[in-house]
Design a protein around this ligand. Structure first.
Ligand code: FAD
Length: 501
């Protein structure tokens, strides 16, 4: 077998992790096809960001999920270091409030043993409050899982795709895959909104739409429905901010509600777990009931909850829930060349690097492709240098090197014009479309108290200069979301001109 063309459908955390992993191999030409203008805009941008330890997964009910979660937790440490991804490992406390809940919580200690998750144990109320002073005094104890982490999920996807492209993979955005084309029992490519793309192997990482992509190739063995999760995010100054991840005891359908301090330093509470009909795969609206529910649950977890006026954002994500309950990561002989990386409900973020490794294994073992390691594969990637994180001497050095570091565009998050310009360069380098949201996710501009009310105009003007386009051609998130409708002063000048004549 010579070089093989590999098409990955979907640039969420799973597609980006697979692209990174497959970019190691000399004999694979990898293209990632994404319908949105940029990467990570599906479930990847709207979740709790927990790198789960794996003690909540029942290996009898969903063995693949259990295995890949534990393996993923281990791999994140390596990948985050290599790719400069914002991450921390504070550990998590599953709080219980009654003897009945203690009994239910005990089960997770046993699952931890079965799944090989280290150091999971029950702590009593006294030790709980030493581990986390911000925890509710009403909690009588907790399951302590020290290997839990918190990651910035969309920045992780961006880091992975940057590294994959650096190693030769390609990204095609604003390209929707309509169906997989199969001829004589083999995958031959994908039909897209921009025409046919030939491929010997198609990897389906389409998240919420993965059932439709799979069915189009003749594998119609599972369905995916959306399960909505709503969140509230508090201002960075709001207290208390727990050091550990806190959450309630999971139910059969959800891992419970979390109170977590994000990698960026905001208290975030959520999610809800609301099953939606399959035709609402784009419904990421938030509701009053959802927000009230997470605030109520959050106030059970914390000794006190910050005042509501400090909520700066609400948002929702959709879990791609499969009818199989377990992840569907498998290769097929009929049609040869199709690999599903589907059913990626929680803990799909945690499992993403392990799913990527498994996909490479399936290509080698199930499809019989001998994978040849690339010489000079680039393992490392650096993130954008940030004013916010820079100590004073470093800041001086940055401004000396590039005065644009001295122009602070977003004061809440301390983001400079230099970071915006660097984000634009990186978006262009991976082949995505430059949008205000794309810049926001890379720099964290506009994510603070004012949510962009002050900095967005300045950013749009800067982008228009850098890109050489009119300000009203700058979009929030691609075609149809133009930030402005026209240049008011130009219109005014025209009018004045008219009057003078
Ligand atoms: C509320 C909530 C909380 C969660 N919390 C956690 C957590 O704390 N820890 C954890 O481990 N997991 C968590 N998860 C799960 C995690 O977010 C998902 O498992 C993960 O993001 C799935 O990634 P993905 O790449 O499979 O899907 P997505 O991120 O949805 O990516 C799929 C991509 O495919 C694209 N696409 C779809 N159809 C097509 C098409 N036809 N053509 C081209 N492109 C297409 C989409 O635009 C999208 O970009 C949570 C999920 C939710 C919603």
């Amino acid at each position: 077998m010579g070089r093989l063309r590999v098409a990955i459908v979907g640039a969420g955390i799973v597609g980006c992790a697979i692209a990174r992993e497959l970019s190691r191999y000399e004999n694979l030409d990898v293209v990632v096809i994404e319908r949105e203008p940029d990467v990570g805009w599906g479930a990847t941008k709207a979740n709790t960001g927990i790198v789960h330890p794996g003690h909540e997964e029942d290996p009898d009910q969903h063995p693949l999920r259990a295995r890949l979660c534990v393996e993923g937790n281990r791999l994140w440490r390596e990948w985050a270091r290599e790719l400069d991804i914002p991450i921390k490992f504070p550990g998590e406390l599953m709080l219980f409030f009654s003897e009945e809940e203690r009994k239910r919580a005990q089960r997770f200690v046993e699952l931890a043993k079965r799944n090989g998750v280290p150091e999971v144990r029950i702590v009593d109320g006294e030790e709980l409050r030493v581990l986390e002073p911000a925890a509710s005094p009403r909690a009588i104890g907790a399951v302590w899982a020290p290997t839990a982490g918190v990651v910035n999920p969309i920045q992780a996807a961006i880091a992975m795709i940057e590294n994959a492209v650096d190693n030769g993979a390609r990204l095609l955005v604003e390209t929707e895959v309509k169906r997989v084309r199969v001829e004589s029992g083999k995958v031959v490519g994908v039909e897209t909104s921009r025409g046919f793309i030939e491929a010997d192997i198609v990897i389906n990482a389409a998240g919420i739409n993965a059932d439709e992509i799979s069915a189009s190739a003749g594998i119609d063995t599972f369905r995916i429905w959306p399960r909505k999760g709503q969140y509230v995010v508090f201002d960075r100054l709001a207290q208390p901010k727990p050091t550990r991840v806190l959450h309630t005891v999971p139910t059969p359908i959800t891992k419970g509600v979390y109170a977590v301090t994000t990698t960026e330093g905001n208290l975030m509470i959520g999610p809800t777990a609301e099953d939606l009909p399959p035709d609402r795969k784009r419904d990421t609206s938030t509701t009053r009931e959802g927000v009230e529910y997470v605030l109520r649950e959050g106030s059970k977890l914390l000794e006190r909850i910050p005042p509501r006026r400090l909520v700066i954002k609400t948002f929702a994500g959709l879990r791609p829930e499969p009818t199989t309950r377990d992840f569907v990561v498998e290769a097929y002989q009929k049609p040869w060349g199709l690999i599903n990386a589907a059913g990626t409900r929680s803990p799909g973020l945690t499992a993403a690097p392990a799913i990527a490794k498994l996909v490479a294994k399936l290509i080698a073992e199930e499809l019989g492709v001998e994978l040849v390691e690339k010489r000079g594969w680039r393992r490392f990637r650096r993130g954008i240098e940030r004013v916010r994180d820079a100590p004073w001497p470093k800041l001086v050095e940055l401004v000396k090197r590039d005065p644009m570091y001295g122009w602070i565009i977003c004061r809440d998050e301390m983001v400079s014009a230099a970071e915006v310009i660097e984000a634009v360069k990186r978006i262009q380098r991976i082949g995505a479309r430059v949008t205000l949201d794309g810049v926001r996710f890379r720099t964290w501009l506009g994510m603070g108290r004012c949510q962009g009310s002050f900095c967005r105009v300045a950013t749009a003007m800067l982008l228009s200069k850098v890109l050489g386009v009119k300000p009203f051609e700058i979009t929030l998130r691609g075609k149809g979301s133009e930030y402005a409708v026209g240049d008011v002063k130009a219109l005014w000048r025209e009018r004045l001109g008219e009057r003078r004549t």
